[in-house]
Design a protein around this ligand. Structure first.
Ligand code: MEV
Length: 323
């Protein structure tokens, strides 16, 4: 075998963002928009990358120089993933990697973690490294931390395992939930958020008000655990109400924005059960739940609030071989 194509899903945070960076749980779903990576064995000792979605074309260097020199932003996750594999198992051959995404890297669906997981899974299969799902998670999470310095790894877990997960920081606990349906409505703000900036902003607030922020994290943990039961019971009204509560605490952490709030209130006014921002905040997407007969009104309300409704299905399959 000289070539392999794998795909991994994007993800949306359902409950627990920010608190999950500090040893609390979260709930995350993999979504059916996928990242694809094709890896080919080369007969030169080169690493080549084509990632047109993030404006990387014709990028090449020696596999001995992985991680060295100036690395374009769009090449970082794939290159450092490969470097981390090479540190564990010697790479004796050059590789050409081509990535293609079904979703914009602007949405905050976790394109970086999905491309990292794709790279590791594809190289593992192609070179017979036999990496388990947990090995892939560990290597991909290390890659994210090497680049960003921060992050809980929830997005990496969603890309590897798929489904809807109860996840605790760093993969200390990863439990797939048997939730089969989750009729989410997703609205994009049109604003790209920078996760690390927002994590740092919340950290600085928590240094000013440690006793308050700790209590907020603890309450978010309670919301996550109650929401898990509500999800398992498919009690969408309760899940929606808990979304609203979680949103209140995200607002208190300072990561909501006027645009996010306008979209969230539009959903609530149109008869939705509830809505919240999803991810780091500052922009990216909102998620909402609504009764079936209000879905159209809710979607229209998001559009009227100047958001873009993104058609997406929750509970998608984790990383898989395509061909
Ligand atoms: C970002 O999508 C979610 C955060 O909780 C960061 C993380 O968990 O890595 C803010």
């Amino acid at each position: 075998m000289n070539t392999i194509t794998v795909s991994a899903p994007g993800n949306l945070m359902l409950f627990g963002e920010h608190a999950v960076v500090y040893s609390r749980p979260c709930l995350v779903t993999a979504v059916d928009q996928r990242m694809k990576a094709t890896v080919e064995v080369l007969d030169t000792e080169e690493f080549q990358l084509e990632a047109p979605d993030v404006k990387v074309t014709g990028y090449k260097k020696s596999i001995k120089a992985l991680g060295q020199g100036d690395i374009p932003k769009g090449a970082k996750f794939v290159e450092i993933a490969l470097k981390n594999i090479a540190e564990k198992r010697q790479l004796v051959t050059g590789l050409k990697i081509t990535t293609n995404s079904e979703f914009s890297s602007q949405f905050g669906f976790g394109s970086s973690s999905a491309s990292t997981v794709c790279t590791i899974k594809a190289v593992s299969e192609l070179l017979g490294l036999n990496l388990s799902q947990k090995d892939i998670f560990d290597l991909a999470y290390k890659t994210v931390l090497d680049i960003q310095g921060k992050g809980s790894g929830f997005d990496v877990a969603a890309a590897v395992y798929g489904g809807i997960l109860h996840f605790i920081t760093g993969g200390a606990f990863i439990e797939p939930l048997g939730v089969t349906a989750l009729p989410l409505i997703v609205g994009y703000t049109g604003v790209k958020a920078d996760t690390v900036t927002l994590i740092n902003q919340v950290k600085s607030t928590s240094e000013t008000y440690p006793e308050i922020i700790e209590k907020i994290y603890n309450t978010i943990e309670d919301i996550v655990l109650i929401a898990k039961d509500a999800l398992l019971a498919q009690d969408w009204q309760r899940v929606g109400e808990l979304m609203n509560m979680n949103q209140g605490f995200l607002s208190a952490l300072g990561v909501s924005t006027k645009k996010l709030e306008e979209m969230i209130y539009a959903v609530r006014d149109a008869g939705g059960y509830g809505a919240k921002l999803s991810g780091a905040g500052g922009g990216d997407c909102i998620i909402a739940l609504s009764p079936d007969d209000k879905r159209k009104a809710v979607a229209d309300a998001i559009t009227q609030a100047d958001g873009e409704v993104i058609q997406t299905m929750a509970n998608a399959e984790g990383v898989r071989i395509e061909s």
